[in-house]
Design a protein around this ligand. Sequence first.
Ligand code: SAH
Length: 364
Amino acid sequence: MTQSLDAILSKATREKSLNRDDLIRLLSITDDNERESLFQTAYQVKIKNVGPVVYFRGLIEISNICQKDCYYCGIRKSNRAVPRFRLSLDEIVAAARWAHANRYGSLVLQGGELQDKAHTAFITEALHRLHAATNNELAVTLSLGEQSREVLGEWRQAGAHRYLLRLETSREDFYQRFHPDDHHWESRLECLNDLRSEDYQVGTGVMIGLPGQTTADLADDLLFIRQLDVDMIGMGPFIPHGDPPLAHHLKNIDKTAQLDGGLKMLACARLLLPNANMSATTALQALSDTGRELGLQAGGNIVMPNVTDPKHRQAYQLYDGKPSLDENSDQSRLGLEKRIESIGETIGYGLWGNSPRYTTRIPT
Ligand code: SAH
């Protein structure tokens, strides 16, 4: 028998727990009123646990050079159509200064995955330089793929506080379908454990709406993330890229369904991990102009406005339809401010906005 939605939602708020069947039921919602109830409940849980405050993370896309070949990703190694770039230290520092001057409390340095010493030392140097240029007042998140525990420790020492590494899916066999044989789900998981050991605020997530993915898979993803007990969640809808091998999915993509799936996952994640930081990802905005606001209303509390110089944005496209390609950082800040005000929330300017899930776990 199908369970009543009200019973599931009140259990979620009371016990902060949902089982696999509950999650499948929530992720399968098609009725507008039910969808609204799910989002409103998640929103209330968010307000109670992290408040009506949105934190900005200034996103610096530092390089699209990547040694990995993930089939879904626009900057994967064998996509020869992309001109490769790497920001200089000065460019990274300039973006950090801009974020600081505009009272963004933190930065995310994201890029392709490289593990050679020249790259890892470059990141260490960038961390030192950007902290020196911003009076040590910014929290820094890295999103630079899998790294050894030694390198993660070095970057932590150099002033990285948080790390985002998506598992992409919690099903190892499913992961293998979207990656070459020498990419291993297990090592990604191990890296998440190393990040915890090195005292990072740890973030993970999955892609939502991959070809062949079921609602049961997504329910399992959520339960897996809950079990990992991460501090931050970054997950968003899969959006095909116009280059092989997954390009043929472009013509079949149902933007409304991808957006809906992304929002429902966010809402369920908020019910399961009430005090984690969760981003309303750019992939949501790629599917709808108001995607990020919808994400905030479904339980997200983090937005990552791009602060990279627009001249490099074209070359950093993980999927087609990336928004704000030609907007400079001032324009994207003003646009976002208006949108956030329009939903009655405030922006946590000048604040780090640490994940309460992390700060309550680690005694200070
Ligand atoms: N190389 C780093 C970070 C950059 S990719 C890493 O491996 O972690 C950041 C995230 O973008 C990936 O984890 C993936 O979940 C997402 N992504 C890549 N291609 C995508 C696509 N086609 N649609 C939606 N998200 C995508």
